[in-house]
Ligand binder design. Structure first.
Ligand code: MG
Length: 305
C-alpha cells in the first residue's frame, strides 16, 4: 500500500466505530452536526471516505486487471502457475437493475390499488429509470414525494410488497441492462485466459433461467469453457454468507486475480479472504449496508474506462 492511502486510512479513523449499524444515527448527527442528507448517503459516503483506495482511474484499474490475468495465464502456459480467476457480481456491478424496478413501479401504477394514492401514482407515472434508487424509499424521495406524509408512507409499504413479489423473478430480469463496456471487458478477460465466475446474490429457483438468458443476450462469456455461475441455492441464504461460502469453489478453479462488487460488506469480506487479489468497488447505486473501512481497494465508476 502507498503511503498516501495509509494516511487517508488513519485520518478517517474516528469514522470507523460509527459504521457499525446500531450507531449510524448518532454518528451522522455528531460528526456532521446536521442531518441534511439521508443516513444511507452518509454511511456510504463515509465508508468511501474511510477506505484507502488506490488512486487510479477506471481505465487504469481495468487495464491492470487484464494485465494480471494475461501474466498469470502466461505462467500457466509455462506450467509455473495456476489459472487466473475473475470474480464478478451481477446486480449493480455488471447489470443496471433500475429499469427492472422502474417497470415494476409502472405496473403498480396501473393497479386499482394505485388509484387510492393519486399523488404517488402521478409521480410514479412521470418517473424515469434514472430516478430509481437503492430502495423504494430512495426512489420516492428522488421523484419528489414527501416520505414523511402518512399516505405516501402507506403507498410506499404497498409498493414495496408489490415490488418484492416481482423483482426477484425470471420474468422481470429481462428489463435489466448490462452497463456499457461490462460485457466487452468480461469477454477480453475470458479471451486472455481467465476463469470467469459470476457470483451473485440471486437465487437459482426464482432467477436461474432469466440470469442465464441475459448472459447470452448481453454477450457475456457463457455456455463456453471457463465460465461459472454461482447463485444462491435458496432465497433465504444471506448474500454475504453465500459469497463467503464461495471461496472453496473459487480456490478450486485457480488463483483469484480480481473481484468486482458494488456492496461494501461483500467487497470487504472478499478482500479479507483473498488479500493477494485486486478488489474493485464498483460505484453504482447507493447501498445502505454498512461496512468496515478497508485499505488497498480499487474503485471504478464503470466499465467504459
Ligand atoms: Mg450487487
Amino acid at each position: 500500500m502507498s503511503h498516501h492511502s495509509q494516511l487517508k486510512f488513519a485520518k478517517a479513523g474516528p469514522f470507523i466505530s460509527g459504521l457499525f449499524p446500531l450507531r449510524i444515527e448518532g454518528r451522522s448527527a455528531n460528526t456532521r452536526g446536521m442531518l441534511t442528507m439521508s443516513a444511507q448517503t452518509l454511511m456510504r459516503a463515509d465508508w468511501i471516505a474511510a477506505c484507502g483506495f488506490h488512486s487510479m482511474g477506471d481505465s487504469e484499474v481495468l487495464a491492470e486487471v487484464l494485465n494480471r490475468i494475461e501474466r498469470a495465464h502466461e505462467r500457466v502456459q509455462s506450467e509455473s502457475g495456476i489459472r487466473p480467476v475473475l470474480l464478478l457480481d451481477l446486480d449493480s456491478t455488471l447489470y443496471e437493475v433500475g429499469p427492472r424496478t422502474h417497470h415494476i413501479l409502472l405496473e403498480w401504477s396501473e393497479t386499482a390499488q394505485a388509484r387510492e394514492f393519486y399523488k404517488v401514482r402521478e409521480a410514479l407515472l412521470k418517473a424515469e429509470s434514472s430516478h430509481v434508487g437503492y430502495s423504494i424509499g430512495d426512489t420516492f424521495g428522488a421523484i419528489g414525494l414527501d416520505v414523511n406524509d402518512e399516505l405516501v408512507l402507506q403507498a410506499q409499504h404497498e409498493v414495496k410488497l408489490f415490488w418484492a413479489d416481482r423483482f426477484f423473478s425470471n420474468e422481470y430480469l429481462k428489463h435489466d441492462h448490462a452497463y456499457p463496456g461490462a460485457a466487452s471487458f468480461t469477454q477480453k478477460a475470458h479471451e486472455l485466459g481467465a476463469e470467469v465466475i459470476y457470483l451473485t446474490g440471486r437465487d437459482e429457483p426464482r432467477m436461474g433461467d432469466g440470469t442465464r438468458e441475459n448472459l447470452v443476450r448481453d454477450l457475456f462469456p457463457w455456455n463456453t469453457p471457463r465460465t461459472h455461475l454461482l447463485m444462491k441455492p435458496r432465497a433465504e441464504l444471506p448474500d454475504l454468507e453465500h459469497k463467503v461460502n464461495a471461496q472453496t469453489y473459487i480456490r478450486s478453479r485457480g488463483g483469484l486475480i480480481a473481484s468486482f462488487e458494488n456492496e461494501p460488506p461483500n467487497v470487504v469480506a472478499l478482500s479479507q479472504i483473498f488479500p493477494e487479489a485486486m478488489h474493485v468497488f464498483v460505484e453504482t447505486v447507493f447501498s445502505d449496508h454498512p461496512a468496515l473501512p478497508q485499505d488497498g481497494l480499487y474503485r471504478i465508476q464503470g466499465f467504459q474506462g
